[in-house]
Design a protein around this ligand. Structure first.
Ligand code: NAD
Length: 451
């Protein structure tokens, strides 16, 4: 049995028997049969079922949010938003089945048409940091495309995915079109990668496991989308609205206690405004409300586990240059305070590694060219922000930073109606936005002779 533990209290929430590789094979066999039927459901009916699925999620937002707060320690306000995102993403992609058009291409001697065919069974491997949104980003477009889905939630956060699968059945989705396989990554996750009947893997998680998943998929030339780690820059130029940049910098990195692939965990500040920026950042960091995730006023909860907290803490040894810190509760729970490190060498692990916790570094730069070099000096390329009052600079820097999702004068990262994904070792392929369904289809070209 695997115990699911509330990271804010260290008390057990539930326990589950992890699935075996043999059970994974049974689930995959059912998914194969279900997919053959699902692809033949009329597009309008697939759309209607997705909308009903969204309605079921909407009717259970509070229940799903409470589950996420209990198993992942997310503040209830954030967890409610996350459950709402599942509904919204299902609704967004419910418009897709009726719009999955192919093309008619002029050819001599007949008619040439293309079809967007579903790839088949999709293995959807999900991390623990945003269990509900990340599930929905793969699930909704895959179902819309006519694929069946076997989702593998992270070991420590399976409860919302299991409940969402029940809601899918309640909404009338045919059995086995969406199944959840709760178990170990090395057992059932690996089985999804290795099983030839699984035609595509959508993986979100660490770059290390992502590399293994990609290698596994390569053996079968299996389609794969990878959403991996990040070490994103928050670049603040002297001509920016420094108050706003400093006021939002804590949210940009400490949201979800820094367990966010898009966390802007390296703040780069133009040297002339560094002191002013730090003066403004300190009260903003100290004002972050860290505490009981079930309290609606809480902004930051605990880390996911004791092991993860120890790993985060290892980036802040006793002699680390802590500029200032926020607060964290005493007592049970895997708490870690928001922490600002400065000055720091660019060789320091806290500057180079994805910490995945509430630790941010602040480093000065001298000019635009140096800011771009520093922002790109990382194997990752997921996200980032650029703060400037100069439109030309905003355009130049946005085009030069090697990252998939940038925002100018904003700390926002993910909008489900715009594409999301990484450059370099932050991933492969894009999720979300109007084209995401294409990642779950194959183009079939058919020539029909006219003679
Ligand atoms: P992880 O790589 O440890 O695990 C992710 C998932 O993969 C889990 O479900 C795990 O059980 C499974 N897994 C583990 N070994 C496997 C194997 N051999 N085969 C198949 N599946 C396997 O990641 P994590 O610790 O759960 O999540 C944190 C990481 O996820 C961070 O690096 C973060 O940046 C990244 N992340 C990226 C995005 C993005 O969209 N780019 C979003 C969220 C999180």
């Amino acid at each position: 049995m695997t115990a699911i533990v509330n990271p804010a209290t260290e008390q057990p929430v539930s326990q589950l028997e992890p699935a075996t590789a043999e059970q994974a094979d049974e689930v995959i066999a059912r998914a194969v049969a279900a997919q053959r039927r699902w692809r033949d459901v009329a597009p309008g009916d697939r759309a209607r079922l997705l909308r009903r699925f969204a309605e079921q999620v909407d009717a259970h937002i509070d229940e799903l949010a409470a589950l996420e707060t209990a198993e992942a320690g997310h503040p209830v306000g954030a967890a409610t938003w996350e459950a709402g995102q599942v509904r919204d993403v299902l609704l967004y992609y419910s418009a897709a089945p009726e719009r999955l058009s192919g093309r008619q291409i002029p050819v001599p001697g007949g008619l040439d048409v293309t079809f967007k065919e579903p790839v088949g069974v999709v293995g959807l491997i999900v991390p623990w940091n945003f269990p509900m949104p990340i599930l929905s980003w793969g699930l909704a477009p895959a179902l819309a495309a006519g694929c069946s889905v076997v989702a593998k939630p992270a070991e420590v956060t399976p409860l919302t995915a299991l409940r969402i699968a029940e809601l899918a059945l309640d909404a009338g989705l045919p059995e086995n079109v969406f199944q959840v396989l709760a178990g170990k990554g090395s057992v059932v996750g690996q089985r999804l990668v290795d099983h030839p009947a699984v035609r595509k893997i959508t993986f979100t998680g660490s770059s290390e496991v992502g590399r293994q998943v990609m290698a596994g998929c390569a053996r079968q030339v299996k389609r794969v989308t990878l959403e991996l780690g990040g070490k994103s820059a928050n670049i603040v130029f002297a001509d920016a609205d420094i108050e706003k940049a400093a006021a939002t910098a804590p949210q940009a990195v400490f949201d979800n206690a820094g367990q966010d692939c898009c966390a802007r965990s390296r703040i780069l500040v133009e040297a002339g405004v560094l002191d002013r920026f730090m003066d403004l950042l300190e009260p903003a960091v100290k004002a972050v409300r860290v505490g009981d995730p079930a309290d609606a006023a809480t902004e930051m909860g605990p880390l996911i586990s004791a092991e993860h907290r120890a790993q985060v803490a290892s980036y802040v040894p006793d002699d680390a240059p802590v500029a200032f810190r926020g607060s964290a509760p005493d007592g049970p729970g895997f708490w870690y305070p928001p922490t600002v490190l400065a000055p720091l060498s660019s060789q320091s692990p806290a500057y180079t590694d994805e910490i995945f916790g509430p630790v941010v570094t602040v480093t000065p730069f001298t000019d635009e060219a140096e800011a771009i070099v520093m922002a790109n000096d990382t194997p990752y390329g997921l996200s980032g922000s650029i703060w400037t009052g100069n439109v030309g600079r905003a355009i130049r820097v946005a085009r030069s930073v090697e990252a998939g999702n940038l925002s100018v004068n904003s700390h926002s990262s993910v909008r489900y109606w715009t594409p999301f994904g990484g450059f370099k070792q932050s991933g492969l392929g894009r999720e979300l936005g109007p084209d995401a369904v294409d990642a779950f289809t194959e183009i079939k070209n058919v020539f029909i002779a006219a003679d």
